[in-house]
Design a protein around this ligand. Structure first.
Ligand code: AMP
Length: 281
């Protein structure tokens, strides 16, 4: 397996593949890999001739008081794990290579990036779409895979690819969970044992919402209230948002008629966690 940090070298690697007429699948990550990341890679492995991942803790998607500096990193372990699932190349750029002095260009997807996480992290998706557009230009993947755990991110990237006529097919992968239901996340490593138990309320409350819809409750306000009550009764948990939105546009809905998604962000202690669930009437 190759680990390439220089953009020029990565482009040469890609050119050699393209000259043979072969295809590339890209799985972008910020590293500190867990089974969720590895499942995206396992999904991608048979779908293209070459499986490339990127590991880059992208500074432009972190706000000024967020966890950029303390974001967990372990390149040696990440390399071992990715090789074990058939990754051929890790693109591991440096921030100074991706954003050199004089850097001035950003990709901004309007509307769909403004609610949910975009409301409390106003520059987050601009950073995500900028770095993903750069990764697509450098790696030229035929296919790219993103997790549904970051539901809004997946929707924003699909919008960008459509709007900018990018030559890449974007696929989503279902959320991978620990046995007790918590969504796998590199940020789970911040949780104390007690916070880890409290964090179970995210999944529990989402399943409560799904159960209520199955039993015939279609009013979004009522379901949101019940979910908010469950979370606010849990020690150490502070709600950032609890929303029910249209699965495609991410606009809030009043009634669950078609396919909706309940998405939430909760601070458990100092750690902000997100999760979501589809709700179908
Ligand atoms: P991250 O390293 O957190 O930026 O995540 C890299 C990719 O893995 C993104 O497309 C995430 O949506 C995806 N991902 C992270 N955690 C999970 C999970 N538990 N299940 C499925 N995909 C995930």
């Amino acid at each position: 397996m190759e680990i390439i940090s220089e953009i020029k070298a990565m482009k040469a690697y890609v050119r050699a593949i393209k000259e043979k007429g072969e295809t590339i699948c890209l799985v972008p990550t910020m590293g500190y890999l867990h089974e969720g990341h590895l499942d995206l890679m396992r999904m991608g492995r048979p779908l293209a001739d070459h499986l490339v991942i990127s590991i880059f803790v992208n500074p432009t998607q972190f706000g000024p008081n967020e966890d950029l500096d303390k974001y967990p990193r372990d390149m040696e372990r990440d390399a071992r794990l990715s090789e074990s699932v058939g990754v051929e190349c890790i693109f591991f750029p440096e921030a100074s290579g991706m954003y050199p002095d004089g850097y001035a260009t950003y990709v901004n997807v309007e509307r769909i990036s403004e609610g949910l996480c975009g409301a409390s992290r106003p520059t987050h998706f601009r950073g995500v779409t900028t770095v993903v557009a750069k990764l697509f230009n450098i790696v030229e993947p035929d296919l790219a895979i993103f997790g549904e755990k970051d539901y809004q991110q997946l929707a924003v990237i699909m919008r960008m690819v459509d709007d900018l006529n990018m030559n890449v097919k974007v696929l989503g992968h279902p959320t991978v969970r620990e046995k007790d239901g918590i969504a796998m996340s590199s940020r789970n490593s911040y949780l104390s044992a007690e916070e880890r138990i409290n964090a179970l309320v995210l999944r529990k409350s989402l399943l409560h919402a799904r159960g209520r819809v199955k039993k015939g409750e279609h009013g979004a306000a009522q379901i949101r209230k019940e979910v908010k009550d469950l979370i606010s009764q849990t020690p150490g948990c502070a709600i950032d948002y609890v929303e029910i939105v249209d699965a495609v546009t991410l606009e809030p809905v009043d009634r669950i008629d078609g396919r909706a998604v309940m998405a939430l962000a909760v601070k458990v202690g100092k750690t902000r966690l997100i999760d979501n669930i589809t709700l179908e009437a």
